[in-house]
Structure formats: C-alpha cells, structure tokens
Design a protein around this ligand. Structure first.
Ligand code: AGP
Length: 587
C-alpha cells in the first residue's frame, strides 16, 4: 500500500531508487515518482502510471540522495499532480498512510492557500516548511506531532544532505550499507543492497546520512533498534522463466507447504506452551487470510473439539469482542502489516487476551504485537493475489490444530509433505484451459462446495474476481436453492468442488439443479463415483485423492490456476489487478 524507497550516499541515487521502486510495485501502481537532491536543489520526475514510465527522465535527476514512491491512491485520484514526491520550498516528501486530520490542518495553518494536489500528504510538506527554522529534524518532529493518522514519511531538506524518516502505523525499514544508507517500505527493495536492516517502531524518527543512521523516539531521545538480517533474497524476486509472479508463486505452493512444516517443527515447543489451557479460539484476518481461517476453524473444531469463531479483522476490531484468558485469537496475515488485522491484534492485547500470529513476514508489525508467532514459510509473495501464502497458512493451521489436540505433529507434517508432492504433480499436469475459456466468456462464475470445499470455493471466487474482474460468488452448495439459483442461466459457470464422500450426494444435487437451469458446470473432484456419475454431463477436473482434511490444498491449486488462466484470456495483468495493492496498511 504505497511503496517507498530512499537512499543517501550513492552516485546516481535516483537511478537506484527507480530500480528498487519497481520491486515494490505490488504495494501500489497508480502513480510513481522520484526526487533527488543535489547541491541544495531538487530534481523531480513523477506521473500517473507504473514506475517504468519515469525511465527516460531518471538520468536527469542528479545527486547522491534520492527518494521515490509508487502509489496506491487513497486521497485524490491517480494523476500526475497527486503523484509523490511532493516538493515545495525547502522540502521534498513521500508518504505512505493517511493523514486523517489533513482538512483541519489545512484550515488551521493554510486557510485560503491554494494546494497543488488533492492529496492528504501535501499538508505534510507545507507543515515542514511552516515549522522549518534551520533544523530539519525539529521541523519533522513538529510536523508529525500535528498529524493524526498513519504515516511512513520520508523527507529530504534542501539544507541537509541526507534523509529523515518518520513512522507511525505504516511499515518502514532502514538499511545499513557501506557508505550508503537506505530506507524502504519493505525488505525486497533492499535485497542485495545491504545485509542488515532495522525495523522502525511507531513514533521513531531516523536520520540517515551516507556515514551513519541515528534513530530517535517520539521525544527525540536517541534509541537503538535491533539490527536484523535482511530477509529478502534477490533470487526470490527473480521471475525466472515464468511470465508472471502469480504463476511462479503457484509453482512454489509445494515448497511453501514443506518449508512451513519444517519451520513449525522447529518452533513446536514454543507454540505448544502458548496453547495450554485454551478453550475457545477466534480466528481473524482479511481476504485470503480470512479464507484460510475458515479452513483452520474446521481443523480446530474437528481435531481438538474447541469452538472457533472466524471473523474478518475489519469487523472484529469494532465489535467490542468478548476475550478472556482461555481464548486465543489467531491473527492470520501474509504481510503481517494489514492495518485491520494488526489493530485487531492490538485490541485483543489491550483486553488482556492472547494473540497468536500466523504470518509469512517475520519482522512485521503483527509479529511484534503477538505473544507467539507461527511461521508461514512461503517466501516473498509479490503477486497481489495471494497463492502460496494461502496454502502455507493452511499447512500451519493444520499443524497448530494437531498441536492443540495433542496429536502427532510429525505424522501430520509427513501427510502435508505427501500432499505437497501431489500438488506438485497436479500443477504439472493440470489442463484448465477449457474451463478458463468458459469463465472468460461468462457473465458470472459461482464457486460452490460444502464444508472444507465451501471454504475453498470462497477463496476461488475471491481469486477469480480479483484478477479477472468477472463477478463471482463463493457459497455453500446447500444455499443454492435459497436464492442464488435465480442467477443461474446459460451465461453463468458454476465450479462445484466435491472432495468429501459423505457430502458428495448433497453437492451432486446442486449440480443437477444448475444443469436443469441450463447453467454450465465444472466439477473439481477426487471421488471416482462422482466422476462416473457426471461423465459426459459436465467438465470434470480430477484432482489426486488425499487425506480429506488436506484436499483443500489440491483444490486451491485448481482455483488459483483457473483464475490465472482466465485473467490471461481476458488480457488482464494477473500480478497487478486494477484498484488493488498488496499489504493494505490503511483502513
Ligand atoms: C488476496 O488475494 C488478496 N490480495 C487480499 O485479500 C489479501 O489476502 C488481504 O489483503 C490480506 O492480506 P494479508 O494476508 O497480508 O493480511
């Protein structure tokens, strides 16, 4: 949700910032911009569109200090004027977050002044100039003291050869290089540039020059922030022979499962101790993370007979939830930075509850809030649509549920590894083109299933609508006749997932109901009898037979590849769906 990069100490810093910004485009791609500082003068290039659109101008941005921004629009439409950096007077800034009181600040300090953009961010650059009196650090401090809301704010001042970074509720890391120092929204931007990073805390202000980095807390007292190994690897950011990150990441689903198992075994003792005495669980998260929670609920309830509620974090955090010492809240987030999920976790802590984070991001805000962390080892996920992190989350939740019930976690991990091998085989052989073609030509796609299959149906629908823009709904097969059947006609496709033998006859009823209304049907199944009954009547996507509880891993791969192929047939960019960004760090 907006990507920021800054560096100081490198000749041609703007060029490096430009290249590094490309690695953060998953955070937003409505507009892009870079500003550099040379001899007290700013040079700027910014415009609506992707980072590469700046390419021709970057060589004209001189100096060894530069900042850059790739935007996901919150306040103000995507256009050249609203693109960051905002440069005015003595300051140039890039901002990620929302200045909630920008209108009040405008009224208080700049009444009658014509602003150059529609952004909330512009008020920050105006405040910096307003408060500036030869000391840029004090100007930054006075500015952030006025701001209500969230920010990762990166500032250049014409009189200071360096960068100042302020942070509140939006992620920002600093990187320690050799004669060059860096800041960025996320580690991939610094992959290969520096070995050590620090994660800034809320209220921190960091001052970067080519020689050193100083960090101050909210009272401008110097503080030390732990140096951590930069987790981002250049190799992970390389597309290799894949045309898109989404396909690359689906190919990495098997590894995400096996690596998550290994990591779980390593942290098992620690995790186990946090689960003792738990009598109730609330799972929370957003989007795909919420959907993996739906599967987790089934695991906890079946294996441990512990009641589980699953609620989207955006709802949960405003519901005055009932939390007690025997309740564990499991907060699931790939990025560990999703504002609603992080705030939900903070709420639980403030109520004296326990938070267990299930996350793919070891240094994220969520890990700092949580009592315990269950690692998802999916590796860096770049595509906005979550794929390998979803399957990694399912693996982690499966093992967590086994831990809670005192089950054999090593045996569980072996089953997961076997399922990951089946996923690998399925990815190699799956031909989903006919179904993708039908979806691409349809007016709407429905995903149906019962129990665990219903949870995957929900995720399949999210994936498809997110990257193909086809209207879609995922819902329980039994609900079809209670309303949605009215939407079924020859122009719709229904994808019915059937992997539970006991429930198969019920789901087959739904198939017949759709066929009798002339709707097109595809069935994803590993049940021979289902294939036999439907042969010649519907498009059947056979998946390998495996443990009932782990079949979601296989049907997930099918719905992910279906969304990917459909998106391509419609000429969309599956990695960068319109209007969206990864890591939603604003409300
Ligand atoms: C998934 O395809 C989506 N892009 C989105 O729903 C995502 O899962 C959601 O924003 C939560 O993100 P998180 O896991 O990083 O918290």
């Amino acid at each position: 949700m907006c990507g920021i990069v800054g560096m100081t100490g490198e000749r041609g810093a703007a060029g490096s910032v430009y290249e590094r910004l490309k690695l953060l485009e998953y955070r937003g791609y409505d507009s892009a911009g870079v500003a550099s500082l040379d001899g007290g003068k700013f040079f700027v290039s910014k415009r609506r569109g992707r980072v590469y659109s700046l390419g021709g101008e970057i060589k004209h941005l001189h100096g060894h200090t530069a900042i850059g921004h790739t935007r996901w629009a919150t306040h103000g439409k995507p256009c050249d004027e609203n693109a960051h950096p905002h440069v005015l007077g003595k300051f140039a800034i890039v901002h990620n977050g929302i200045i909630e009181n920008y209108a009040e600040l405008q009224e208080k300090y700049f009444k009658g002044v014509q602003f150059n953009s529609e952004t909330d961010s512009e008020v920050a650059v105006r405040l910096l100039n307003y408060f500036y009196d030869k000391d840029p650090l004090t100007a930054v401090k006075k500015t952030v003291d006025e701001i209500a809301g969230s920010y990762a704010l990166v500032v250049m001042c014409a009189d200071f050869d360096g960068i100042i970074v302020a942070k509140n509720k939006n992620p920002v890391i600093i990187g320690y290089g050799n004669g060059v120092n860096y800041c960025a929204s996320d580690a991939p931007a610094l992959a290969g540039l520096c070995d050590d990073i620090s994660v800034l805390s809320d209220g921190d202000i960091a001052v970067l020059t080519d020689k050193k980095i100083e960090v101050y807390d909210g009272n401008l007292e110097p503080v030390m922030r732990e140096k951590l190994k930069n987790p981002a690897l250049c190799a992970e950011l390389d597309l290799g022979s894949c045309p898109h990150y989404m396909l690359k990441e689906i190919n990495e689903v098997p590894t995400s499962i096996t690596k998550t198992c290994q990591a779980f075994i390593c942290t098992y003792d620690n995790i186990k101790s946090y689960l003792s005495g738990i009598k109730r669980i609330i799972i929370t998260g957003c989007g795909t993370a919420y959907n993996s929670g739906l599967i987790g609920k089934r695991y906890f309830e079946s294996f441990a007979r512990v009641p589980v509620e699953v609620e989207t974090a955006g709802e949960f955090r405003y519901k005055n939830p009932v939390i007690d010492k025997k309740t564990a809240v499991i907060a699931i987030s790939q990025s560990g930075e999703t504002a609603d999920t992080v705030e939900a976790a903070k709420l639980v802590k403030s109520l004296g509850g326990k938070v267990i984070a299930v996350t793919n991001s070891p240094y994220s805000e969520l890990t700092r809030v949580a009592d315990a962390v269950v690692p998802v080892e999916a590796g860096q996920e770049i595509c906005v649509a979550a794929t390998k992190s979803y399957t990694g989350q399912i693996a982690a939740l499966y093992l967590l549920a086994l831990t809670l019930c005192g089950g054999d976690v090593e045996a569980g991990a072996k089953k997961l590894v076997a399922a990951s091998e089946l996923c690998f085989q399925l990815i190699q052989r799956l031909d989903i083109c006919t179904l993708a073609d039908a979806c691409a030509r349809s007016d709407g796609v429905f995903f149906l299933g019962r129990d665990l299959d219903c949870a995957v149906a929900t995720e399949g629908s999210l994936k498809l609508k997110e990257i193909s823009y086809i209207p879609s709904e995922g819902y329980p097969a039994g609900e079809l006749k209670h309303g949605t059947l009215a939407l079924i006609d020859i122009r719709t496709v229904s994808v019915v997932i059937i992997t539970d033998e006991y429930l198969a006859p019920k789901s087959l009823n739904a198939v017949e109901q759709i066929l009798s209304r002339k709707g097109k049907v595809a069935v994803v199944t590993n049940i021979k009898d289902v294939t036999k009954k439907l042969d010649g009547k519907v498009n059947i996507i056979e998946i390998p037979d495996c443990d009932k509880y782990l079949s979601p891993l296989l049907s997930a791969v099918v719905v992910q590849l279906l969304a990917y192929k459909t998106s391509l047939l419609l000429g969309r960019d599956p990695d960068k769906p319109r209007n969206l960004a990864k890591s939603v760090t604003v409300e």
